[in-house]
Each structure stands twice: as structure tokens, then as C-alpha cells.
Write a protein that binds this ligand. Structure first.
Ligand SMILES: [Fe+2]
Length: 159
């Protein structure tokens, strides 16, 4: 029998940090939101929250959008896309719409909105596909196509 390597997640990606062994969402939320904690530990909490999933995990991740780290925030947006949970939509839309937000975060929020595949995100992606920031504009363009593709796949599954 093949042993499952713990560092390989169901998302088939090699993460920049291994997920934390902690499975208490409240503790993970405290770690990821702690601006004094080492970034590696915050990333570990992030991937643990992604793997646990569900509304409470989405909200814990969203709470860390209050961080000053663009690196962490872009990673949050990325895992929200992987989770494909519509509960993340309002938080991602907020990041995309915030012109003061780092471009890396806005770009990743746009792509995550595409990856989730929920048509609720169509109008906001349309709105920003001509953003003055080319990276954001291009991300919205890609996300619109991705959203169509993902949502058509979802229809296949439910048929
Ligand atoms: Fe990216």
C-alpha cells in the first residue's frame, strides 16, 4: 500500500510551507492574524485552514486580509481560489475593488474569483477587466474565461 506523503495536499500542489498540525480553526485564525508571528508559521496556519475548509476557515482566512503583508494576502486569495467556496466571494471582491491594495493581491483575488466558478463574480470581473493596472486587467480577463470553464464543469458534475 502506498503511503500518503503528508506534505502533498489534496490540491496537488507543493505549498511554500507545510500545513500546521493544529486542527483548531480558532487557534489557526489567531496564528494567521498575528502580525508578530513568523511568516512561515502564518503560512502553515493558512494551508491548514485551506485543508480543513468550510465557512469558519474561510472567515479565518478573510480576517487575515487585515494584515499589512501583501505576500500573505496574495497567498490567502490564492488558497481561497483553490477552496472553490462561494463564502469567500465578498472578501475577494473587496480586495479586487480596493485601489489602495497591492497589485499582487488584486491580481490573485481576480484569479480566485474565476477559479471559484460562481457566476456572482461575473459583474465585478467585467468591471475591472479594463483596470488601469494591466496586471489586474489581464487577470480579470483570464478569470472570466476560467469562471466560464469551471462553472460549465460544475454543471457536468450535477447532471
Ligand atoms: Fe499569482
Amino acid at each position: 500500500m502506498e503511503e500518503k506523503r503528508p506534505e502533498v495536499s489534496e490540491f496537488d500542489s507543493v505549498d511554500p510551507a507545510p500545513p500546521s498540525n493544529i486542527d483548531d480553526v480558532r487557534k489557526l485564525r489567531m496564528t494567521i492574524c498575528d502580525e508578530d508571528e513568523k511568516m512561515f508559521q502564518r503560512m502553515r496556519a493558512l494551508f491548514a485552514l485551506r485543508n480543513i475548509g468550510g465557512q469558519e476557515s474561510v472567515e479565518a482566512l478573510a480576517a487575515a486580509f487585515g494584515s499589512s503583508s501583501a505576500l500573505l494576502k496574495h497567498e490567502i486569495a490564492y488558497v481561497m481560489g483553490q477552496m472553490q467556496d462561494s463564502a469567500a466571494l465578498p472578501y475577494l471582491i473587496d480586495r479586487l475593488q480596493d485601489f489602495d491594495e497591492d497589485v499582487m493581491v488584486r491580481h490573485e483575488a481576480a484569479e480566485a474569483l474565476g477559479a471559484i466558478g460562481d457566476r456572482t463574480a461575473l459583474s465585478v470581473l467585467e468591471k475591472f477587466k479594463d483596470d488601469k493596472d494591466t496586471v489586474v486587467a489581464e487577470s480579470c480577463e483570464v478569470a472570466l474565461d476560467l469562471l466560464e470553464w469551471v462553472s460549465s464543469k460544475k454543471l457536468d458534475y450535477t447532471d
